[in-house]
Design a protein around this ligand. Structure first.
Ligand SMILES: Cc1cc2nc3c(=O)[nH]c(=O)nc-3n(C[C@H](O)[C@H](O)[C@H](O)COP(=O)(O)OP(=O)(O)OC[C@H]3O[C@@H](n4cnc5c(N)ncnc54)[C@H](O)[C@@H]3O)c2cc1C
Length: 370
């Protein structure tokens, strides 16, 4: 069997590794370099956890985490275990109730999740401001890594396992669906996986396969070094997240719910975002931190917030629509779609044919406590 993968982001290279490790012929077409800043996988925060209230997502998160841990340290990337805390602050009754309810459901799915009092959180992380925390939960099976390093590392492993990685090679799907056209000619495959991130819809339009996928912009920054021992944290009331980053913090903000052209969007962070991060860090740790770097990136939304994963027309598979959670699920969902390519079972809830492709829908924030 000979498979083409369009897109060398975290998902595409993981699927390529899984296929190559099973002796399938794989060619990855990546229009830029692997793990560079043009891909979402080169711009992401790298928060990873299995703290999902839904059973399917919790299982996917667990499978992904076990892969991150297994592969960590083997050439190029490190997974750093770090608890994930999410919380609601005083007066935010709706999110406080939601944190309690989510934690209970995660426990039902066997996750290592518990509610944690403000005092206990302060004992564990003295740098955190806890006085106005209404409810907090902590997930112990969590951690972070640098997404670009993961992506390059897995691409290298895939190449070692026999995959061909063609960088600086934009690929176009041609009418039969499993024919790939590049600047140097056409090649025919038994199957194609389109894992082109924010460009996935554009790639599939070439063969008249519509999918309901909207790219949207999110923003992040890193701070100068500081001596703060912080967990990974999502403040549902404030609408921001943070994690440790090279002796400083990595801080990210939610969604701009506007559909973006994947070839025409601002890669720079907005001034309002950089200013808002000062409010975020003063809320979280009571301090203002200097900005080291700030940027924007794209995520992708679907009508129901679940991915599009599996065979969409004969021989053509899709893996996209992560709603801001694509990196942390890449090791699991890259494997799942590789298994589907080899006639394995997929995940029914992620069936890419559950939509017409022409639906109108609103972009909903992926990281939220509702
Ligand atoms: C600021 C920010 C923070 C984030 N934080 C997190 C986080 O903490 N945890 C998490 O799970 N997720 C996070 N995400 C989301 C995460 O980045 C994505 O869900 C994930 O990286 C998607 O991986 P992918 O492989 O599907 O797509 P991508 O990484 O976008 O890769 C797609 C690749 O396809 C290539 N491509 C496109 N068209 C073609 C073509 N025609 N031919 C050849 N190649 C093509 C692109 O160049 C690109 O390299 C964050 C995103 C951003 C922007």
């Amino acid at each position: 069997m000979n498979v083409a993968v369009i897109g060398g982001g975290a998902v595409g290279v993981t699927a390529a590794l899984e296929l190559a490790a099973r002796d399938v012929g794989v060619t990855v077409y990546e229009r830029h370099a692997i793990g560079d800043g043009s891909a979402s996988s080169g711009r992401a925060a790298g928060l990873c956890y299995d703290a999902y209230a839904g059973r399917i997502d919790a299982n996917v998160g667990e499978r992904a985490l076990s892969r991150f841990k297994e592969w960590s340290g083997e050439g190029g990337f490190e997974f750093t275990p770090c608890p994930y805390v999410w919380l609601a602050r005083s007066g935010d009754k709706k999110r406080a109730a939601a944190v309690r309810e989510q934690a209970a459901r995660m426990q039902e799915h066997g996750r290592a999740v518990s509610l944690v009092s403000a005092d206990d959180l302060a004992d564990r992380y003295p740098a955190l401001r806890v006085e106005d925390i209404a409810v907090a939960a902590i997930a112990e099976n969590a951690g972070y890594t640098e997404p670009a390093e993961y992506t390059r590392s897995i691409a290298d492993r895939a190449a070692t396992a026999g995959a061909t990685i063609r960088t600086e090679t934009p690929a176009t799907l041609r009418s039969r669906g499993t024919v790939i056209e590049t600047a140097t000619g056409r090649e025919s495959f038994d199957a194609v996986l389109v894992a082109a991130g924010a460009h996935t819809k554009r790639v599939l339009v070439e063969i008249d396969v519509p999918i309901p996928l909207k790219p949207y912009r999110v923003q992040a920054l890193t701070t100068d070094p500081t001596e703060i021992d912080a967990p990974m944290l999502f403040d549902g009331t404030g609408g921001y997240y943070l994690r440790p980053h090279e002796d400083g913090l990595f801080v990210g903000d939610g969604t701009e719910p506007i559909e973006r052209d994947p070839d025409d969007w601002s890669h720079s962070a907005d001034d309002w975002f950089v200013e808002a991060v000062d409010t975020y860090t003063r809320t979280a740790i009571g301090r203002t931190l200097a900005t080291d770097d700030a940027w924007a990136g794209l995520c992708t939304a679907t009508p129901d917030g679940d991915p599009l994963l599996g065979e969409i027309v004969p021989g053509v598979f899709v893996a996209a629509g992560w709603q801001g959670h694509g990196f942390m699920r890449a090791p699991a969902l890259g494997a799942t779609v590789a298994e589907q390519l080899l006639d394995g079972a997929g995940i029914d809830a992620f069936d890419p044919n559950r939509f017409e492709g022409s639906e109108s829908f609103e972009i909903v924030e992926g990281m939220a406590i509702e």
